[in-house]
Design a protein around this ligand. Sequence first.
Ligand SMILES: Cc1cc2nc3c(=O)[nH]c(=O)nc-3n(C[C@H](O)[C@H](O)[C@H](O)COP(=O)(O)O)c2cc1C
Length: 172
Amino acid sequence: MTFLELAKKRHSCRKFCTKKVEEEKLMQILEAARVAPTAVNKQPARLLVIQGADGLAKLGKTADVYNAPLVILVCGEPEKAWERPFDKKNVLDVDLAIVTDHMMLTATDLGLNSLWVCYFDPAVLKKEFNIPANYVVLNALAIGYGNGTPASPDRHDEKRKPLESFVFYETM
Ligand SMILES: Cc1cc2nc3c(=O)[nH]c(=O)nc-3n(C[C@H](O)[C@H](O)[C@H](O)COP(=O)(O)O)c2cc1C
């Protein structure tokens, strides 16, 4: 499978079966996070792996992960991320998005399904999981084995904008 075929195969899964994610696969997913690029190699991400029933129940207080058996909370330390000097832009969110995407696509490569979730109250998660106050809680990546019909890799013909509507050449 080429990378583009993998990227097109990945889809948001909102129906998981109860089968657990194998430890070996989890470690490969975490390794993909480890090697992700970050600005100035600052590596500001802090990951919280949630698989236990208690943890998943706590997560369920504020996030819908559709009964996925594994969730990786992608957090980060803003003070550790690079700040662009010209406009003081802190790139933590960019770094964390790349880490999340690396893990998500690795999950696809391993035959797993996933859902990227941002709809939650970070304050609830900070309290439930003892996450330090200065951390940003940005993404929850739900991972497991899908229990439904996978979305078609050809759906992007309709579901995505055509290139000419957002790509510009030489000048905007
Ligand atoms: C940053 C981000 C946040 C998202 N948050 C949620 C979410 O909270 N709940 C959800 O069901 N899907 C969420 N999604 C999934 C998107 O809705 C989905 O990726 C998009 O509709 C395209 O569909 P596809 O992933 O199947 O190609 C999120 C995706 C991204 C990239």
